[in-house]
Design a protein around this ligand. Structure first.
Ligand SMILES: Cc1ncc(C[n+]2csc(CCOP(=O)(O)OP(=O)(O)O)c2C)c(N)n1
Ligand SMILES: [Mg+2]
Length: 667
């Protein structure tokens, strides 16, 4: 029987580790771990179903610390419960190469489910994880054999709830009745600038009730029994997500700094740490945790029992439903079906043979249809632009609250929430999310796009209406600087295909890129099909290739992407008529081309040929590295204009005639 005082003693281990590690690093945020220690202790030792010996166990409960500045809470929990995060790693908090970076980073530390730090996004990731659980449960569970059946817990602070994204995702979580999502709010009345009354006076319980959440209000976050009662009540409600509002004191235990923003983001100081040890009745050395406290925390036995029980269920499942079990394992590992390569090879050849001229968003829709049949783990969606992004397909099943089943999410007008939820779906495992919006509204989602790249997860971002060529909607809807922004994002693979076959290659690459995201950038307007030899078809996957050439060495090289490839091809003909031998290089994915060996790069873009013109209806600066100081770029460094797409393109110089003029200027 755990008593109130033993709960407190357990929790104090977190407080001590947090203040010691932060003091040693001379940097960090002690206030949140010290304030949430009691909540975390109850959750992690008495409720969370996890196995420290196997952090990848498919049916573990997911835990997200959305207020990631409290990272020492996470590391203390992993250390104490038995994840093998050593005390030396705790001592190395925030040092280069440690497993205890400043904020929890996915992939750095076993047991960290997502990277958090940009406030609010962890909350959104948790919504995605809870949604993934629900979809996988609907797909795989059989009567009496619930192989997917876990909760998702998320801690949020005031900052997370101030962020707009928390509104987007809480609203959708309520609508979709994500009943296994349980959020604990660290309601401490403090953020960096001080007492929050002057900038955050929402009635948070009322706000969440309005989203149709189950709200448990006024819980004393320092009372282990009260937190346990709230968690029990939350788990019992599987029809609504639950928000548990825990009143806490930031920096709990520090005589001088508790309850003030002074404990938020700076070490407590040596003297204050001594005073805090006294107040907490924690008479141990820095980084010392007494054996009985370690024993109280250790979850390895409980964890292995929990997983073994699940394994038993799964074994029965394997016996009764062998093919489903195989599919479950394949999906959870992120692997592709045996017929994947052959199907995609055929699709590429068919697309080349069909020779259809169509918008790349339409070409994408055709690919999606094949993919959806091949990959039941694909979960599509759009931020209220399904009919424009063409992200849906015949046979698609919308996810709604009552059916639970489905493979398409109507995210509503919530680009940031959508992208961060899709990150959570990808992180959960078992599903391949893709989401759609106009390229221009990538900006609303921007930080979640960055997070997908930073974490290295397979979240596929579909962006249509990719340039001024979209036309009438005008400058607010016409991207200019966005493609360069995406290309400049480390670990992001950006495709801007010029026709059907390039679109097939783009999707294929995005799906095969298991540990990194892709941005698929598609046109609204129709694009002519390009003729290709078999070799050219194969070379699409190298990111850039010679599409039109000359018999002699080229006098000039035209490099184009997407909708501008056809214009470059037209210019190639006009230049030939003038006796100028041009080569046209289609470069649907510069990121991939850069990874090709020197010989291939040289065969496409010979270094000696410095007369180069890049053509892309976007900001020109990106292209300077491909054309050099001697080359030219046909791009635009102003905003666009409203008008029919063709007229706008011509207005800004995206015509074969203008390319010829620019090319002549280089001659
Ligand atoms: C998107 C974003 N904006 C700003 C910050 C910087 N920041 C980190 S913590 C914090 C205050 C958060 O307040 P709260 O969640 O109440 O944390 P507490 O002080 O209670 O620990 C801010 C502004 C951030 N991490 N993410
Ligand atoms: Mg706060």
């Amino acid at each position: 029987m755990t008593t109130a005082s033993s709960h407190r003693r357990q929790a104090n281990a977190i407080r001590a580790l947090a203040m010691d590690a932060i003091q040693k690093a001379k940097s960090g945020h002690p206030g949140a771990p010290m304030g949430m220690a009691d909540m975390a202790e109850v959750l992690w030792t008495d409720f969370l179903s996890h196995n420290p010996a196997n952090p990848d166990w498919a049916n573990r409960d997911r835990f997200v610390l959305s207020n990631g500045h409290g990272s020492m809470l996470m590391y203390s929990l992993l250390h104490l419960t038995g994840y093998g995060l050593s005390i030396d790693e705790i001592k190395n908090f925030r040092q280069l190469g440690s497993q205890t970076p400043g904020h929890p980073e996915y992939g750095y530390t076993k047991g960290v489910e997502t990277t958090t730090g940009p406030l609010g996004q962890g909350f959104a990731n948790a919504v995605g994880m809870a949604l993934a659980e629900k979809l996988l449960a609907a797909r795989f569970n059989k009567p009496g054999l619930n192989i997917v059946d876990h909760n998702t817990y998320v801690f949020v602070g005031d900052g997370c709830l101030m962020e707009g994204i928390s509104h987007e995702v809480a609203s959708l979580a309520g609508t979709l009745k994500l009943g296994k999502l349980i959020c604990l709010y660290d309601d401490n009345g403090i953020s960096i600038d001080g007492k929050i009354d002057g900038w955050f006076s929402d009635d948070t319980p009322a706000r969440f009730r309005a989203y149709d959440w189950h709200v448990i209000d006024n819980v004393d976050g320092h009372d282990a029994d009260a937190v346990a009662r709230a968690l029990t009540e939350a788990k019992a409600n599987v029809d609504q997500p639950t928000m548990i509002c825990c009143k806490t004191e930031i920096g709990f235990g520090s005589p001088a700094k508790a309850g003030t923003s002074a404990s938020h983001g700076a070490p407590l100081g040596e003297d204050e740490i001594i005073a805090t040890r006294k107040q907490l009745d924690w008479p141990y050395e820095a980084f010392e945790v007494p054996e009985d406290v370690y024993e109280g925390w250790n979850c390895t036995d409980k964890g292995s029992v929990a997983e073994a029980n699940w394994q038993q269920t799964f074994s029965q499942y394997v016996d009764s439903f062998p093919s489903e079990a195989k599919e479950f394992e394949r999906s959870m590992s992120g692997g592709l079906p045996d017929n994947w390569s052959a199907t995609m090879d055929a699709l590429l050849l068919d697309s080349q043979a069909a020779g259809e001229s169509l918008a790349s968003r339409q070409a994408s829709a055709k690919v999606i249809q094949t993919l959806a049949e091949l990959l039941p783990e694909m979960v599509g969606g759009s931020a209220d632009l399904t009919g424009s992004n063409l992200t849906s397909w015949p046979g698609m099943k919308p996810v709604d609250a009552s059916s639970n089943e489905g493979n398409y999410i109507y995210y509503g007008v919530r680009e940031f929430g959508m992208t961060a939820i899709a990150n959570g779906i990808a992180l959960h495992g078992g599903l391949i999310p893709f989401t759609g919006t106009f390229l221009i509204f990538m900006e609303y989602a921007r930080n979640a796009v960055r997070m997908s790249a930073l974490m290295g997860i397979r979240n596929i971002h579909v962006y249509t209406h990719d340039s001024i060529g979209q036309g009438e909607d005008g400058p607010t809807h016409q991207p200019v600087e966005q493609v360069a922004n995406l290309r400049g994002t480390p670990n992001m693979s950006v495709w801007r295909p010029c026709d059907g076959p390039e679109t097939v290659a783009a999707w294929r690459h995005a799906i095969e890129r298991q540990t990194a995201p892709s941005a698929l950038v598609y046109s609204r307007q129709g694009l002519p099909h390009q003729d290709r030899t078999a070799e050219q078809v194969q070379n699409i996957s190298k990111g850039a290739y010679v599409l039109k050439d000359t018999d002699s060495d080229p006098d000039i090289i035209l490099i184009a992407t997407g909708s501008e490839v056809a214009i470059a091809v037209e210019a190639h003909g006009l230049l030939a008529a003038e006796g100028i031998a041009a080569r046209v290089v289609s470069m649907p994915n510069a990121n991939i081309f850069e990874q090709q060996d020197d010989a291939y790069q040289e065969s496409v873009l010979p270094k000696a040929q410095r007369k180069r013109v890049a053509i892309e209806a976007a900001h020109p600066d990106y292209w300077r590295k491909w054309v050099g100081l001697d080359g030219a770029v046909v791009g635009l460094n102003t905003f666009g204009e409203s008008g029919p797409g063709g007229a706008v393109m011509a207005h800004f110089g995206f015509t074969a005639e203008n390319i010829v003029k620019v090319a002549r200027g280089l001659k």
